[in-house]
Write a protein that binds this ligand. Structure first.
Ligand SMILES: NC(=O)c1ccc[n+]([C@@H]2O[C@H](COP(=O)([O-])OP(=O)(O)OC[C@H]3O[C@@H](n4cnc5c(N)ncnc54)[C@H](OP(=O)(O)O)[C@@H]3O)[C@@H](O)[C@H]2O)c1
Length: 303
């Protein structure tokens, strides 16, 4: 079937279609040494995965700096990779003793100060893409836009986006400042954005989404909490069996087939798993196969 090609808004940087998430590389997961960071960064680049997804809070505010120290010693130019980071969550942490409860802060001063810290941590002069990590009920869109404008003018951040924003929250900030993505939770076990209008709204604005937890944070592979969840995984496994896909491959194919041009943000800390997703880039599935995955996930045929 020939598909209509929509011209999507181009961000200022060339982000790789597959993005490496680093959330589990440090203290919140694999606890990489510097040489392990370097080996994983090198493996990603070898697989054409040049965009790395950070957040200030990962590893209890430590992962950016560990990555930055490791990358600085590598023989890779800064221009050959793209760095995403996020800000706006104030987490309870021994590393942030002034935070009394977990809350959101999207004031201009906080955003700018958070970016300055990320630049130091990552040993870089610029962040390619800054995301507001979670929507705040108290967000003053004009003030966020002022922070973005200042950071862009100073060359400290090249592109801006959001994460976990609803359609209306996205539209509000986008009306003040052009955003290039909304990073959303999306996988065969998390389907909401496919039907609540979020992805349609991004398509309307020709903006490409990013999908975090594309494998549902490993939930697809672990013991399920209820019989219903176990049966759901068994139905998905049965579809995989029909086509000789692995569960992970099926999840990536499901995301990559969607017309909104989704970039999966990988969670693995194992280099040997990277080829599975790169291979999926070369497999075309049919709309009917996509609906087989959908039907297996929901447990019922579409209306
Ligand atoms: N914007 C946000 O609010 C937000 C929230 C959460 C995460 N994120 C971003 O999204 C990235 C990905 O999230 P995620 O880590 O939850 O992604 P994920 O890919 O859904 O889950 C990763 C987990 O699955 C395991 N895994 C991967 N392949 C597997 C396989 N074939 N068999 C068994 N286990 C497998 C990984 O373990 P191994 O290391 O052993 O492969 C890891 O524990 C994060 O790194 C972060 O950058 C963003």
């Amino acid at each position: 079937m020939t598909r209509m090609k929509i011209k999507y808004t181009e961000a200022s940087q060339n982000y790789s279609r597959i993005i490496a998430g680093v959330m589990r590389w440090g203290q919140w997961g694999a606890q990489f040494s510097s040489s392990q960071y370097q080996a994983m960064i090198a493996a990603c680049i070898e697989h054409g995965i040049t965009t790395f997804d950070h957040a200030d809070i990962y590893g209890d505010y430590t992962t950016e700096a560990e990555f930055g120290v490791a990358f600085k010693e590598m023989d890779v130019s800064r221009e050959d990779i793209q760095l995403i980071t996020k800000c706006g969550i104030r987490m309870l942490s021994a590393n942030r003793p002034l935070n009394k409860i977990k809350s959101y802060d999207q004031s201009k001063a906080y955003i700018i100060q958070s970016v300055e810290q990320s630049l130091k941590n990552l040993h870089t002069d610029y962040i390619d893409l800054l995301l507001i990590h979670r929507p705040s009920a108290l967000m003053q869109a004009a003030e966020v836009a002022e922070a973005f404008t200042e950071l862009k003018a100073a060359g400290k951040v090249l592109d801006f986006g959001v994460s976990n924003f609803t359609t209306h929250q996205f539209a509000l900030l986008h009306s003040h400042f052009p955003l290039v993505t909304n990073q959303l939770e999306l996988s065969p076990l998390c389907l909401e954005s496919l039907s609540d209008g979020t992805l349609d709204h991004l398509q309307l604005h020709k903006i490409k989404p990013q999908a975090w937890s594309p494998l549902a944070g490993a939930q697809m592979f672990t013991q399920q909490e209820s019989l219903a969840d176990t049966e759901r995984i068994m139905r998905l496994q049965s579809v995989c069996g029909d086509y000789d896909w692995t569960l992970a491959q099926m999840a990536y194919l499901f995301l990559l087939h969607h017309p909104s041009i989704i970039s999966p943000v990988l969670g693995t800390s194992k280099a040997e798993r990277l080829s599975e997703v790169i291979n999926a880039l070369h497999i075309e599935i049919t709309d009917e196969q996509w609906y087989e995955i959908w039907t297996a996930s929901t447990g019922k045929e579409v209306a």
